[in-house]
Structure formats: structure tokens, C-alpha cells
Design a protein around this ligand. Sequence first.
Ligand code: FE2
Ligand code: FE2
Length: 274
Amino acid sequence: MLIAHISDTHIAGKNKNAYGVVPTAANLELCVANINQLAPNPDLVLVTGDITCNGLLEESKRAAAILRKLRSPYYIVPGNHDDRSTLLSAFGQNACPVENNTFIHYVIEGYDIRLIALDTSSPGQSGGEICETRLSWLEEQLSLKKDKATILFMHHPPAKCRVLETDKDTFIGVGKLGDLIKKHQNIKRILCGHIHMSAHLEWYGTVISVAPSMGLEIVLDLTLKRPSEFTMEAPAYQLHYLTPENNLVSHLITVKDKDGPYRFKEYPESMGLH
Ligand SMILES: [Fe+2]
Ligand SMILES: [Fe+2]
């Protein structure tokens, strides 16, 4: 099974860039084209929130128009920059198979791994939240297939990732979420976004994997002293592949022109290789 994992596309309105300068829509187009030429083709593509810049319908529609070009089925969850109702209206049931519009959470069945989408967004709040309603919904879903390999995907990582911009956010209900997660050894991974850089960390007996953004990357400062800044980089996404040995291996794919591939042999120095 192969899963492509995109996050933080931050699509602005027509002919606009994120924060005025980051060409996130053009970057997402490049990512979609890159994913479409993968062999094997991903079974599905997950987009872990902050799909839009400001939650506007125009932005959601622009994002949906680009993601619709994917050859694989794709699914979304909202982030703190999104608005549930505009996402639902732009993306529809295929990408958001929800029963009602209270929360965008749902379960994807029929694959080697069961996938549970969680909605950690809370209007007007940049941090994450799993309230009692969402927690009990998750508890019920997990109880239905305790032995089936499972992935959770959501916008906010439920742990601090040593990124000032997002570590200062709170995550309401995180303790109860962790207590529930540690009871379920079948959760192979929690896929997230929000921090605008690739990261992996252990958490309550599972692993959190964070996908980078569409070229709007936060500057890594492990001292947490510098003001939050971003750089414009090539867009990237993660690929999670379930091996025949039943391990989920994750690769970071950066979408840019590359020199190569080269075989491992000696080349003339005049070729300028390092
Ligand atoms: Fe974001
Ligand atoms: Fe976010």
C-alpha cells in the first residue's frame, strides 16, 4: 500500500500567492503532477489541513480544482486556516465522506491499513483540539477493529516538535488523546501537518510523521529564540509505503529539477560532480 501525504497547501485566492509571495498554487500543481507519475500510483492521497490561507470559498474551490487532477483518490482534513463549511462545499463527499458537518472526521476502509481522519480544528484558534465528542467518536472507531493496522491523520501534531511558531499553541484534550492512543498498539502512525517542515517523533507508543508545506517552510531554530520566519523552498510531500514485511517506511519527496540519476562509479572531474 502506498500513501502520498501532502500538507499545508495554503492556497490563496485567484492569482494570489500565500502571504503575497509564496506560489503555493503553482507548487501544488507541481506536486500533483509528480504524484501522478509515481509508479506504483499511490492508493490514496491525504491532505492534512491548512488547505487554504483564510478559509474562503474561493480558496477552497481553487485548491479543489488542483487536487481534482490527482489520479488517486484523495481525502482532506481541516487545519486552523480552513473553514469546515467552505471545504465541505468545495470538496464534497468524495474527499470528505462525513455523515454531518459538525466535524470533518471519518474512516476509510478497504485497504491494508485502515485510515481514520480526525478534525483537530477549532474556529478562531490556531492550536489543536480534541473535545469529548471527538474523543468518544475516535474511541468507538478504534474499538471496532482493534487488530487492524491503522493510521490516524489530522492537522495538528499532538506533541511539541521544537518549532516556536507552533509549540506555543495549545492542544486541548491532548492528554486524553494520548491515553487513548497508548491503548491501541495497532496505530502505526499519526500523520499531521501544521509545523511547515518534515518531522518524525515518538508519541504514546506510536510515531507522529509531519509532512512539509507547499514551499512555505518555517525556519528551523532549535534554540526557540529567533522570531518565526519562513523560507520559500521547493514543494515537498511524504510517501508512506507499507512493505511486504508490514513496516511503514516514509520517504520525503522534494519536487524540483534534479541532476541525475547517476550510477555509483567514478566520473571524470570535468563533469563537475561532488
Ligand atoms: Fe499551515
Ligand atoms: Fe496550521
